[in-house]
Design a protein around this ligand. Structure first.
Ligand code: B12
Length: 222
């Protein structure tokens, strides 16, 4: 089968939320000698983008996102099985730490954002929920992430985001990380007020904002 047809099948598998179809197409891509990174970016990720846009437009819902992400992950697992660490770095747009803030156990939205960022080409380090700022900063330094992103679902817990920025400033490491925040009580105004770098109201927007932040990081490196 020609390469374009296989890439189309990978895209369709995610768009149609068919995990076994994604696995089949992934095996076909490998046996036809398609570069795994091309198969992910030009196949699976395109399908995920379609579902993400539908979710943002209110045409798809959380179960659709979860099923599409499962199809993406199952296809990607086959495609990345034999990649070397150097090839992984080529695949990754950047690294992002994600978690829900201290005192907050809500993680459904955070998990969707994580899946979308992974599907969008980022390496994501997920610290889970109810995570203190000390741990967030320790892990961000350990993994040398590009972006720290946290989620807060409650008006009482969103102040952790402000405290995290303050802690980064106090330790003199604020410029080392871009900081992206989200969750229902969080807003563009809040993120500006606390000195963050980006806010996104949805998982799809989070991917767009993360790509913008990476572009800023790259332009600052030159
Ligand atoms: C499910 C739920 C729970 C579940 C959580 C299960 C889980 N594993 O997450 C359970 C039952 C455990 C729970 C517990 C509690 N809950 Co509750 N819960 C909810 C509920 C119904 C839905 C939240 C949800 O998952 N939404 C769906 C996801 C997909 O949406 P989302 O989180 O907004 O995520 C999207 C965006 O925000 C964005 N996004 C999310 N994260 C991030 C991160 C970044 C970096 C970015 C850029 C974007 C981004 O992208 C996501 C997808 O597009 C809401 C009410 C509501 N309708 O929102 C209350 C709600 C959040 N809960 C509330 C409360 C008060 C509690 C409790 C304190 C109740 C109690 N008295 O025990 C406890 C909290 C305990 C604690 N310490 O955390 C309140 C919060 C009030 C407030 N504003 O302060 C709410 C709003 C209910 C209400 N109306 O009172 N809850």
């Amino acid at each position: 089968m020609c390469h374009d047809k296989i890439l189309l099948r990978l895209k369709q598998a995610v768009e149609e939320m068919e995990a076994s179809f994604a696995e089949e197409a992934a095996c076909e891509a490998l046996s036809e000698g398609i570069d795994p990174i091309t198969a992910i970016n030009d196949g699976l990720a395109r399908g995920m983008k379609i579902i993400s846009d539908r979710f943002d437009d209110g045409e798809a819902f959380i179960p659709h996102l979860l099923l599409a992400a499962e199809a993406f992950e199952r296809g990607a697992a086959i495609l990345t099985e034999e990649l070397t660490p150097a090839e992984f770095t080529r695949l990754s747009l950047g690294s992002i730490l994600i978690c829900t803030v201290e005192g907050d156990i809500h993680d459904i939205g955070k998990n969707i954002v994580k899946m979308m960022l992974t599907a969008g080409g980022f390496e994501v380090i997920d610290l889970g929920r109810d995570v203190s700022n000390e741990i967030i900063i320790e892990k961000a330094l350990e993994y040398q992430v590009d972006i720290i992103s946290t989620c807060a679902l409650m008006r009482t817990t969103m102040y952790s985001q402000k405290d995290m920025i303050r802690a980064l400033i106090e330790r003199g490491i604020r410029p080392r990380f871009k900081c992206m925040f989200g969750g229902p009580p969080v807003s563009e105004k809040w993120v500006k007020e606390i000195g963050g770098d980006a806010y996104a109201p949805t998982a799809g927007q989070a991917v767009k904002k993360a790509k913008q932040l990476m572009a800023q990081i790259k332009s600052q490196q030159y």
